[in-house]
Design a protein around this ligand. Structure first.
Ligand SMILES: [Zn+2]
Length: 366
């Protein structure tokens, strides 16, 4: 099965006029902790493509110690893979090479939305200092989204401004909700206003804690809190930003949603039809445009799992709205570049944009 898929991917890439260097080596990336070989650069019609992964995780142990929490270990006990220590860094760089990733944009899933202001300020400061220093020392391979204490929107706005203006961050990473509050709550408007003014990208990544209301039904076998809960959290978050008018109040926002935007892009026309069918249940004039128009103005990572799923995402939101994501070091995907190269119906320009062109422009990467 896997061999057939690889053959298909290589054939599809060859048909598109692509040159893949050492593409079979991508199989080594199935376990990011132990890549066996580097695949080499990605070249499309003789042009070297500088690829960007917008969805790559890290952790700052000193910050986790402050809140006495840990990020879930990607492979059993290997929490160290999330850190910047020498050995994990060597493994990460080898995994990036094996997968064909030139630049990884790091982010940290918030685990501090329920702590007080002083502690949240400290946690974010420790994280942002560590990430900024790391990225400055490895600017050819890494960039990052700042952490922010979004439960205190004024503080988060200041942290975002400092992060972008003084520390080299490309925007901020936030959860799909904030300790039970929706991102579309008006109290977060100061944060959205700042993000819009700065032109900063806001990367929205769901968290299991955001699905607390549904947690009873997501128990049981199969990790439903993750496989269903996470994309549902994203779907709900983006839908509120649309339907509560947040994206009308801040039309210049640059939002990038993890995991292909969850379920929203796959079924977005139902969002158009709802208020048409039952207008009495919708506030007149909110949102100002059709919901699908807002879906098409946001960005989505490529973390959907088949060529057909990525083809469909591109068909719904546009090739210029999809950017590559891997979720490293969580081993959800083994060959993210081949995933894009092997997706049918894309032009060479589309592939170049998804692999790195759009992200480089959006995040102002060189
Ligand atoms: Zn992730």
């Amino acid at each position: 099965m896997r061999a057939n898929r690889r053959t298909f991917l290589k054939d599809a890439a060859a048909a598109a006029g692509l040159v893949l260097v050492g593409c079979e080596a991508a199989a080594a990336a199935q376990t990011p902790a132990r890549p066996r070989a580097a695949r080499g650069p990605v070249v499309i019609r003789g042009r070297r493509i500088r690829t960007v992964d917008v969805h790559a995780h890290c952790a700052v142990p000193a910050a986790n110690a402050l809140v006495r929490r840990q990020a879930p270990a990607p492979t059993g006990d290997q929490a160290s893979l999330l850190t910047f220590d020498a050995e994990p860094l060597a493994q990460r760089l080898a995994a990036m090479d094996a997968q064909g990733i030139d630049v990884a944009v790091l982010s940290i899933n918030p685990n501090w939305y329920d702590v007080d202001r002083d502690l949240a300020d400290k946690v974010v400061a420790v994280q942002n200092d560590a990430m900024a220093n790391f990225c400055a020392a490895h600017a050819d391979r890494f960039a990052a989204f700042a952490s922010v204490a979004l439960q205190f929107p004024d503080l988060a706005a200041q942290q975002l401004e400092d992060g972008v203006k003084k520390m080299g961050f490309r925007g901020a990473a936030i959860g799909g909700s904030v300790a039970g509050a929706e991102l579309a709550d008006r109290r977060f408007d100061p944060f959205w206003a700042k993000a819009e003014a700065l032109g900063a990208v806001i990367f929205i990544h769901p968290q299991a804690s955001g699905m607390a209301a549904l947690s009873g039904r997501l128990r049981g076998n199969g990790m439903l809190g993750n496989v269903i809960g996470n994309p549902l959290e994203t779907t709900i978050a983006l839908s509120h930003l649309i339907f509560e008018g947040t994206l009308d109040r801040f039309p210049g926002l640059k939002i990038c949603a993890a995991h292909g935007g969850g379920y929203l892009p796959s079924y977005m026309t139902r969002s158009d039809r709802g208020c048409e069918t039952f207008p009495s249940q919708c506030t007149a004039g909110v949102p100002r445009r059709k919901p699908t128009e807002y879906v098409k103005q946001m960005y989505y990572d490529s973390l959907v799992f088949t060529p057909e799923a990525l083809r469909h995402l591109v068909a719904e939101v546009g090739a210029d709205r999809v950017v590559m994501g891997t979720d490293y070091p969580y081993p959800w995907v083994d060959a993210p570049v081949d995933h894009v190269l092997g997706t049918p119906g894309l032009s060479d320009g589309d592939r170049e944009a998804i692999l790195g062109g759009t992200a480089r422009a959006l995040l102002r990467l060189t």
